[in-house]
Design a binder for this molecule. Structure first.
Ligand code: GDP
Ligand code: IMO
Ligand code: MG
Length: 423
């Protein structure tokens, strides 16, 4: 029995999909416990590129069970689009392979419309959401007025609850002078989706408890990253779920005592999409990466903002998530640089910080304190073992480990599964 949590250490897009895919070989069950189709996880399997949003990456393997846990907000149409997309590629998703928690909350068209309306209303202070309705879906959950996936099995009840929510939200949209939802069209879509998704519904905490009791190996695929966490992130420029390790437990019903391993996935530099402070942001470095065709969002296609590695963020994430190890991806993105900067501390009001202050106004004023290291100048994409890496690249890994408080045990030198070095 093992229970491994994979968590993003930065602002998402660290390469979690690739690392989960790599570790799935040794797992029986892959679980998504939070977030929704705001996530975009890229996996290159057998030379083919897949971008998964709600579907756990384990679906690309034969003989693995995937679970969408109670902590996820699920857009039924979006999940079916993924299922159909996989079927077109010859990957049929059967109910025996995918279990959807009946306690997961549904993400419905009015959530998307409210998200867009709120963003537009914020003007320059917009969060830069993925406009997938994530905030309003979790809002309904916390407000105790959401519709849960279990209702997909009861069409009459589902239609009745949906009608009430459409009435409520149409009043809000109308008052704001915005387009409203056409109930007849949307309820027909929802009922069609319900019919197709019913066979996948299950009491997933119970399934996971039984799997653990049977000695199975579980892998939790985190979505987003530590600094998008609703509690620990750069609020309000965050998503609406707990992206940190605790979210894996509350979002699945697996006890914290069952967790055996916690791995933080970090890029060898830092990226962020959407608005909000970014202490080590560097436009020249970003242009260099974009020029190489890298760092465009997997969900929205937006160019990601880029900057140097920030050990304040990754170190604090190690403490919040209890990382045993760090998987460092995209080391190859630094190939060819003469000098590499790495932020060890922040300076704020004349003092030094090794943690990000929680008030956004303070965080925005933090200045990076950098260390500089020599670059390694050569291509690392052909490396297959730690020993193949140039000495200067290994020195960079050592420095990251010592500043972050956890050993770097996995390194990515390219998007392919084979470009994963393990120590
Ligand atoms: P996720 O959301 O954390 O799963 O990450 P994304 O898939 O959104 O973004 C990570 C991007 O980096 C994807 O395009 C991956 O294919 C790519 N990637 C992951 N690891 C590596 C690596 O080690 N090197 C390179 N060059 N690309 C990588
Ligand atoms: P993965 O799982 C990167 C960001 C959005 C925005 C903020 C809030 O691929 O790492 P939301 O739509 O969630 O209300 O947007 O969070 N965001 C992500 N950034 N990777 C993600 O997922 C993200 N999911 C949300 O850009 O800044
Ligand atoms: Mg992503």
């Amino acid at each position: 029995m093992s229970c491994t949590i994979i968590v993003g250490t930065q602002w998402g897009d660290e390469g979690k999909g690739k690392i989960v895919d790599y570790l799935t070989e040794d797992a029986d069950v892959v679980v998504r416990a939070q977030g929704g189709h705001n996530a975009g996880h890229t996996v290159i399997a057998d030379g083919e590129k897949h971008v998964l949003h709600l579907m756990p990456s384990g679906i690309l393997w034969q003989g693995k069970t995937c679970v969408i846990g109670n902590g996820v907000v699920l857009d039924p149409a979006s999940l079916l689009k993924e299922i159909d997309g996989l079927a077109e590629k010859g990957l049929e998703v059967k109910p025996s392979q995918l279990l959807i928690s009946d306690a997961a909350h549904l993400n419905l068209p009015y959530h998307r419309m409210l998200d867009a309306a709120r963003e537009a209303g914020l003007g320059e202070r917009a969060i830069g959401t993925t406009r997938r309705g994530i905030g309003p879906s979790y809002g309904d959950k916390i407000d105790r007025s959401g519709i849960r996936a279990g209702d997909l099995a009861y069409p009459d009840l589902l239609a009745e609850r949906f009608a009430a929510k459409v009435r409520e939200n149409n009043a809000i949209l109308m008052a704001a002078g915005l387009e409203t939802i056409d109930f007849d069209t949307e309820v027909a879509v929802l009922l069609d989706c319900a019919l197709r998704l019913q066979p996948f519904l299950a009491n997933t905490p119970n399934f996971l408890h039984k799997a653990l009791a049977a000695g199975k190996d579980l892998l939790f695929e985190g979505a987003q990253g530590t600094y998008l966490d609703i509690d620990h992130g750069t609020y309000p420029f965050v998503t609406s779920s707990n992206t940190t390790a605790g979210g894996a437990c509350t979002g699945s019903g697996v006890s914290p005592r069952a967790i055996t391993r916690s791995i933080g996935v970090a890029k060898a530099y830092t990226t962020r999409v959407g608005s909000g402070p970014f202490v080590t942001e560097n436009e020249d470095f970003g242009e260099r990466l974009h020029g190489m065709g890298r760092e465009f969002g997997a969900t929205t296609g937006r160019a990601r903002r880029c900057g140097w590695f920030d050990a304040v963020l990754v170190g604090y994430a190690t403490r919040v998530n209890g990382f045993d190890e760090i998987a460092l991806t995209n080391l190859d993105g630094l190939d060819g640089l003469e000098r590499i900067k790495l932020c060890s501390h922040y300076e704020l009001d004349g003092g030094r910080l090794d943690y990000p202050p929680s008030r956004i106004e303070d965080y925005t004023r933090c200045q990076p304190i950098y260390e500089e290291m020599d670059g390694w100048g050569v291509d690392t994409t052909q490396a297959r073992n730690f020993e193949d890496l140039p000495e200067k690249a290994r020195a960079y890994l050592d420095r990251i480990a010592s500043l972050s408080g956890a050993p770097v045990t996995i390194v990515g030198v390219g998007p392919d599964r084979s470009q994963t070095l393990v120590q």
